[in-house]
Design a protein around this ligand. Structure first.
Ligand code: F6R
Length: 614
């Protein structure tokens, strides 16, 4: 996730672009840059790190220009540094981009074979080269820069929001969108492009939200819109009346709620470019293990992580054992390093961390490496310490997570673990091509399944009213859904301050059943699965003792209604993918209970987003 802003009009726009980037910093903050056209020449200024570094560089030596673009980056390809910061330049063209170009390696090779020289490791630079090449002989009518943009787009696979400028055509900015957000702001005599409304809402309230496939040509006095076929299109502007603070949250009351709703897109980003459906396989070129290691040498997978990331690791164990048949242990990172871990050169250690800076996880992965294990990090922050100290990194593409309670980082970790387990299983022959195809086809549908779940959240308002006075909750789950019960309990605790415990359903009769009365709600994660009948019996035990039950159950399961006071429905999906779906109602449940209680949802007391102490 990155932030983009563009301007064309009568004002010297450097400060305006920087101000827009500041409002987009929540989308990424590892480097930033701007490009301005001044007297027919493009000047670019970029800086590594937070936006303040770029601001300092700009105000030390201000750059004039009435046409410009800017970018704040969240690295996905190429480490965060000045060379990889946007805008990227090729010949007379500069480009800013948000998204992932899946076929960038093939395109880069092709461009290099024609003598094109690259200065960064990003996928974005190829876009600048493609447009610059096409500008030499733009095909199709209309503005030449737009024609060149469309020729470049025809070569791209993946997701993008792109804004570009050319020294040869200082009368326009061109923009394009596919699967990454982009809005055009319309005003009298000046026009704007941005990833998101708040970037420029101080200057205009009239916005066109581009559709996928749309392109736009921004002149100072008008904007021409085109559909995916390149035909002129009418795009009606919408008037935005949000206040600027809620606009940064895209109208959501809290970042946590926004991040819950973002999950379909972020899971799709994490899958993007990694599925080889034809062969029922996964492409994880980033895990460059020695040939044959997975097939012949791997004896043991060891997961280390903390908190929510630990819960995703527990799901990972289930996946690794059921799909790839490798013995897998999962340890809390803080415990692992003081135990006597049995790991060696036949072990693959998976270190899971959203922030990439958690001190306990870092210490655990160092311990695993000291013992000879190879370490794969599943991490959300590029060039974080955990990413740098691991042998390989699978990046989750959750984008910056602002809410302290982890939501989209968790589901993108689950996605990465699922891909890794299928990848290992295919190499060890425990999954054949047909099974791989079936699993991966279903995985591709998960974003739309989750879309359905997050768009229907009214039921939670009523639950919040009915249940938020309880002093304690019990969350139950079995098998692959046991970690989801743990995660549900953690979410409720951390943001609503209500005590909650997660338990394996089968363990309830060994102790916690003594606690059950009508003031002790039980949340049971009970989708149709091979353990459904057993979980159902546990529910009967609860009901017989007067407990109030909230059940997460499969659509069409009417039996559950006899034993649950409230049923939160999820569509049927295969067991391996269930956690991605069953956790969503629990995130929403915690969120709405916390909001009803009026706690500080995004910054709960005593917690920090990145825990760098042991
Ligand atoms: C809970 C939460 C924490 C983190 C834990 C590990 O919502 O966010 O439990 O999961 O502190 O953090 P990372 O994943 O950054 O290592």
């Amino acid at each position: 996730m990155c932030g983009i802003v563009g301007y064309i009009g009568p004002r010297d726009c450097g400060p305006l672009l920087l101000d827009g980037l500041r409002r987009l910093e929540y989308r990424g903050y590892d480097s930033a840059g701007i490009a301005l056209i001044d007297q027919g020449k493009i000047n670019v200024r970029r800086a590594e790190g937070k936006l303040r570094n770029l601001e300092a560089a700009f105000y030390r030596e201000p750059m004039p220009g009435k046409v410009g673009i800017g970018h704040t980056r969240w690295a996905t390809h190429g480490r965060p540094c000045e060379e990889n910061a946007h805008p990227h330049r090729a010949g007379s063209v500069v480009v800013v981009h948000n998204g992932i170009i899946e076929n960038h390696l093939a395109l880069k090779k092709e461009l290099q074979s024609r003598g094109r020289v690259f200065e960064s490791d990003t996928d974005t630079e190829i876009i600048a080269h493609l447009i610059d090449e096409a500008l030499a002989a733009p095909q199709g009518g209309g503005h030449p820069l737009h024609a060149a943009l469309r020729m470049a787009l025809a070569r791209l696979e993946g997701a993008y929001a792109i804004v570009a400028l050319s020294e040869e055509h200082p009368d326009v900015i061109v923009a394009a969108r596919a699967h990454s957000p982009l809005v055009v702001g319309l005003a009298d005599g000046e026009q704007f492009a941005a990833s998101d409304v708040p970037a420029v809402m101080e200057h205009t309230r009239n916005f066109v939200f581009l559709d996928d496939g749309d392109t736009a040509v921004l002149y100072a006095d008008r904007v021409d819109f085109f559909d995916g076929e390149g035909a002129a299109a009418v795009r009606e502007p919408k008037r935005i009346n949000w206040d600027p603070v809620s606009a940064e949250k895209q109208g959501y009351k809290h970042f946590m709620l926004k991040e819950i709703h973002e999950q379909p897109a972020r899971i799709a980003d994490t899958l993007r470019g990694r599925i080889d459906l034809e062969n029922g396989n996964v492409e994880l070129g980033e895990v460059d293990l020695p040939e044959g290691f997975i097939r012949d040498q791997l004896k043991h997978v060891q997961v280390v992580a903390c908190g929510t990331s630990y819960h995703s690791g527990l799901v990972g164990r289930y996946l690794m054992e059921s799909l790839a048949r490798v013995h897998t242990s999962v340890d809390l990172a803080s415990e692992f390093r003081y135990a006597s871990p049995v790991v060696d050169e036949n072990t693959l250690c998976i270190a899971i961390s959203q922030s990439g800076e958690t001190a306990d996880t870092l210490a655990a992965l160092r311990e695993a490496r000291r013992n000879g294990a190879r370490v794969v990090a599943i991490c959300n922050v590029m060039e974080s310490t955990i990413a740098r100290e691991s042998d390989f990194v699978i990046y989750t593409h959750a984008g910056p997570e602002i809410g302290v309670a982890s939501t989209k980082a968790f589901t993108t970790q689950l996605t990465a673990l699922f891909l890794l387990a299928v990848w290992v299983g295919r190499q060890r022959g425990t999954i054949d091509g047909a099974r791989g195809q079936a699993l991966l086809t279903e995985a591709r549908h998960i974003p739309s399944v989750i879309e359905g779940l997050v768009s229907n959240d009214e039921i939670y308002l009523q639950i919040a009213k009915d249940f938020s006075h309880a002093r304690s909750f019990l969350f139950l789950g079995r098998g692959i859904n046991y970690p989801i019960a743990l995660e549900g309990a953690l979410k409720l605790k951390e943001i609503s301050y209500i005590h909650a415990e997660g338990y394996a359903s089968g363990e309830m009769k060994h102790g916690p059943i003594a606690l059950i009365d009508d003031d002790f709600p039980i949340v049971v994660v009970a989708p149709r699965s091979k353990t459904y009948e057993k979980t159902f019996s546990n529910l009967e035990e609860v009901k017989a003792r007067g407990g109030r039950v909230i059940a997460v159950a499969t659509e069409g399961d009417t039996d559950i209604e006899r034993h649950a006071d409230v049923v939160l429905r999820v569509p049927h999906v295969s067991e391996e993918l269930q956690p991605l779906v069953t956790v969503i109602p629990l995130q929403l449940l915690s969120y709405y209970i916390a909001d009803f209680k009026g706690t500080d949802v995004d910054q709960p007391r005593n917690l920090a987003k990145s825990v760098t102490v042991e």
